[in-house]
Design a protein around this ligand. Structure first.
Ligand SMILES: C[S@@+](CC[C@H](N)C(=O)[O-])C[C@H]1O[C@@H](n2cnc3c(N)ncnc32)[C@H](O)[C@@H]1O
Length: 275
């Protein structure tokens, strides 16, 4: 079975440049099992033959690794902390250093819920202090169809359960049976298709020297093995400015402990870059 798994990884790499060897073993096996079921091939060996003979199955398999599950304000604690502590800290430092642009990156944004949550909070904060803060808010994902959906900004009810009521009335409007984000918030976010594992560290949609104040990378590293995680974290840290914040999910905090980051509250995924 292992032999066929390696052959599948090699075939996908040859045909698409996508390296599936960086995924966590259990996650990988689960995805493969589903594709074997869906294609009714019933064994690794037969699935490999199917993959060789059906070029359409390669993108199908690759897409199965992109799990777009997300919702607005997924970690309410982090967003509250952002409002009360992080943003005032970042903004004060910026005014001291005379660099005034706030820069936020939602890395692995799925269909945009996370990036728009940051935009809503930034907008809310600007209203609170009654001051405009120039900002760049970026949402990226390796899956281009998810990025296209993010740009549409239309969401079903079940993605909105954590949205504070005042945000719901201010930032969404009815769109058929779903909810669409108002243009002001949509325009605050720029979306790009971008793979955090693209080999060249400098291959980003922005300038090599660009530094973010906040990078949110949540519920992504769990899908990867050590090699994949290290490659992603190296990329994130390159683009996080000194004193900037790395935000992750509670279950991923341990992964970041050995990096030059200081955890701001125990067991919550908020780290400050120390050098
Ligand atoms: C489970 S969702 C998490 C969405 C959001 N960050 C959250 O916490 O709700 C994982 C997302 O990460 C994206 N992703 C996985 N690997 C990636 C990579 N190497 N580069 C960019 N995006 C990636 C997937 O396509 C998917 O949309």
């Amino acid at each position: 079975m292992y032999k066929y798994k390696l052959k599948i990884i090699q075939l996908v790499k040859d045909k698409s440049k996508m390296d599936l060897s960086v995924y966590d073993d259990v996650f990988f096996d689960g995805i493969l099992k589903k594709r074997i079921e869906n294609t009714q091939t019933y064994s690794h060996e037969k699935y490999l033959t199917f993959l060789k003979n059906n070029p359409d199955e390669i993108p199908e398999l690759i897409n199965s690794f992109f799990i777009p599950y997300s919702y607005f304000f997924r970690s309410p604690l982090i967003f509250t902390y952002f409002n009360e502590v992080l943003l005032p800290d970042i903004i004060n430092n910026k005014f001291k250093n005379e660099e005034k642009e706030l820069r936020i990156w939602s890395a692995g944004t799925a269909v945009g819920e996370e990036a728009y949550s940051w935009a809503m909070l930034t907008d809310y904060f600007m209203n609170k202090i009654n001051k405009y803060i120039p900002h760049t808010i970026v949402g990226t994902d390796s899956c281009s169809s998810q990025i296209n959906k993010a740009k549409e900004a239309i969401y079903p009810e079940n993605k909105l359960y954590n949205v504070p009521q005042k945000f719901f009335y201010e930032y969404f409007y009815q769109h058929g049976k779903e909810n669409k984000i108002i243009p002001r918030i949509r325009e605050m976010v720029t979306f790009y298709t971008f793979d955090l594992l693209s080999p060249e560290i400098t291959k980003t949609p922005w300038d090599t020297n660009f530094k973010f104040d906040i990078i949110n990378c949540s519920n992504i590293l769990i899908y990867y093995n050590k090699t994949g995680r290290e490659a992603i974290i190296t990329k994130l840290l390159k683009y996080l400015g000194k004193g900037g914040y790395l935000i992750t999910s509670r279950s991923e905090t341990e992964i970041f402990i050995k990096y030059p980051l200081k955890q701001t509250i125990n067991s919550v995924g908020i780290f400050k870059k120390t050098n």
